[in-house]
Design a protein. Structure first.
Length: 169
């Protein structure tokens, strides 16, 4: 039977792997975006946030004298690479990327909501503070993506109708 701390550490490692996956996905998308400067700028900002989130999650893991799971981190990177490469070939990559990004942000929101409850259960006040900070960033990114998806879609549709104009990225 796993105790509270074992579950908490497992979820911390999952969160670290999740942030590694997020970084890979975001970098892949940002590297291919050419015609959507607002989206590219917001993704670049979130890449910086994501790298800091990795560091913060790792700091919580280290306080519990554990390390991030190399296997989970690697599995997350491989999954992100597959997802990023799959999008490269879609004619509507920017739209599918926006939808996928919004979905992933909500997965992160749910994950950090659970981690906050777990931190409270084990009495990790610093972890709770860190996860609240990360949660706010994930909510902000999800809100931005949702708010800008209609405009990005209109831009995509306009570009796709223009002759000799690439729309997908």
């Amino acid at each position: 039977m796993a105790d509270l701390h074992d579950n908490y550490l497992d979820w911390l490692r999952d969160a670290h792997a999740m942030e590694e996956q997020a970084e890979s996905m975001l970098k892949g998308m940002a590297g291919r975006l050419e015609h959507y400067p607002a989206l590219k700028a917001r993704i670049k900002l979130h890449i910086d946030e994501t790298i800091e989130q990795q560091r913060l999650v790792e700091s919580v893991i280290k306080r519990y004298d554990s390390s991030s799971s190399t296997f989970k981190d690697m599995a997350g990177k491989v999954a992100a690479m597959g997802q990023a490469m799959g999008g490269m070939f879609a004619s509507d990559e920017v739209i599918k990327g926006g939808i996928s990004g919004y979905t992933f942000e909500n997965f992160e929101i749910a994950s950090y909501t659970a981690l906050i409850a777990a931190a409270q259960a084990v009495g990790d006040v610093e972890g709770e503070r860190i996860f609240e900070q990360i949660l706010a960033q994930e909510k902000a990114m999800a809100a931005w993506l949702l708010e800008h998806l209609p405009e990005t879609t209109r831009q995509f549709l306009a570009r796709s109708q223009a002759p000799h104009t690439e729309a997908k990225k």
